[in-house]
Design a protein. Structure first.
Length: 400
């Protein structure tokens, strides 16, 4: 048995109607661990992220698309006519999972909703990712990561009330919802082993952002109090002579005493103005002024060594480039190289690997992100279509 056959999801077929990030990061995770993911795209355009960069209008070399679509195969189908729909129905007969992140109702209008597909294949699992859910006042609103940050309360929570409200630049909602969708699909596959039938599952950006705030939400629901870990008085980001570092003064009996010892300050925990958590919160601005004054006098490495001597939680503030080049990233095998596959690519691609390490069945890089429609004829051939029928469909522009 080959290494590919030994992966956890080998033998699982996924029809992937997703685009941009939430859905593709879900289906890439499934593909990374052995699923046969067939990406169904629009002829001539494909996934919106193929052409999201102005310097790559043909979509052949877009790092954004490439980051989310390795280990998949692509077929470009015109789904406006019956011939294209028939191909999807044929694919659905042998599929285990169908994933989409369109607005509510779109898959039903296209003829690919769960109730339709389950009649073709009772074992099929349909996973739906949306902005706000399948029902309710926002169900038909276009979903997007930053909107979910704003409407879920995430954007309003700041480490300092005087800071301007701003967005978080990494797609928190897209990634978390994508991973929740992976979990839902795996749970549905496990349940199908017991029942023999599939089901519909759904996740939303909005719900994932609420779930991410489970501690803060419980504090509000039960005590009507704000919980904000970033606003704690002994936590902050501070400039040094050559960069910045972060200190998390928590999980110790007297972290302020240890911080003062590391920074060469008098023990402020003995001062009535800072002796309790409540007083530290009340006088946080002055406390941080004292920290900044000291930390600005030497290098990041100097202060990290002093802080770590006191067993304090601290770290340098690194750029993404620094993080990707760090020894820990190398040891963790978190950057992988995809070799060119001859489909418009001439150079190896470097991508971030899967963060899940499994001793018995590791993440495998089976093939590069596909060009648009790259695998169409191959996929149709696997369905039993003859060479003449494939040529006929290509000539009629049903697929490309």
């Amino acid at each position: 048995m080959s290494a590919d056959d030994m992966q956890p999801l080998s033998g699982v077929r996924v029809l992937d109607f997703t685009q941009v990030m939430m859905g593709p990061c879900c289906t890439q995770m499934l593909a990374d661990y052995g699923a046969d993911v067939i990406k169904v795209e629009r002829p001539g355009a494909g996934d919106l992220s193929r052409t999201s960069l102005a310097d790559d209008p043909d979509g052949l070399n877009n790092p954004v698309f490439r980051s989310l679509n390795r280990n998949k195969r692509s077929i470009a189908l015109d789904l406006r006519g019956e011939a294209g729909k028939a191909v999807v129905y044929d694919l659905a007969r042998s599929a285990d999972v169908v994933v989409n992140n369109f607005r509510a109702g779109v898959m039903d209008r296209m003829g690919f909703g769960y109730e339709t597909l389950r009649k073709i294949n009772p074992r099929i699992i349909c996973a739906f990712g949306s902005g706000f859910g399948q029902s309710g006042p926002l169900s038909h609103k276009g979903g997007q990561d930053i909107l979910a940050q704003a409407m879920s309360g995430v954007m309003a929570r700041k480490p300092d009330k005087d800071l301007p409200t701003t967005l978080y630049s990494t797609a928190l909602a897209d990634y978390s919802a994508g991973m929740h969708m992976v979990q839902g699909i795996l749970l549905a596959l496990m349940q199908r082993e017991k029942t023999g039938v599939g089901q519909a599952i759904s996740v939303s950006l909005y719900d994932s952002m609420l779930a991410m705030q489970m501690q803060e939400a419980a504090m509000w629901l039960q005590r009507r109090r704000e919980l904000n870990w970033g606003a704690f008085p002994l936590t902050g980001v501070f400039d040094t002579t050559d960069g910045a570092l972060v200190i998390v003064g928590a999980f110790k009996a007297n972290p302020l005493q240890d911080i003062c010892r590391a920074l060469g300050l008098a023990d402020l925990s003995a001062d009535p103005d800072y002796a309790t958590f409540a007083k530290q919160m009340e006088n946080k601005a002055e406390l941080h002024r004292l920290f900044r004054s000291k930390l600005s006098t030497n290098t990041t490495a100097h202060w990290l060594a002093r802080l770590e001597e006191q067993d304090l939680l601290c770290a340098p503030v690194q750029t993404l480039g620094e993080a990707l080049a760090s020894e820990q990233t190398v040891v963790n095998n978190m950057v992988v190289t995809v070799e060119p596959n001859g489909s418009g690519r001439n150079e190896p691609l470097k991508l971030v690997a899967s963060p899940i390490a499994m001793d018995a069945s590791a993440f495998r890089l089976r093939h590069a992100p596909p060009t648009l429609g790259e695998n169409g004829a191959e996929i149709l051939g696997e369905l039993g279509y003859s060479a003449d029928r494939i040529a006929e469909l290509r000539s009629a522009k049903v697929f490309s």
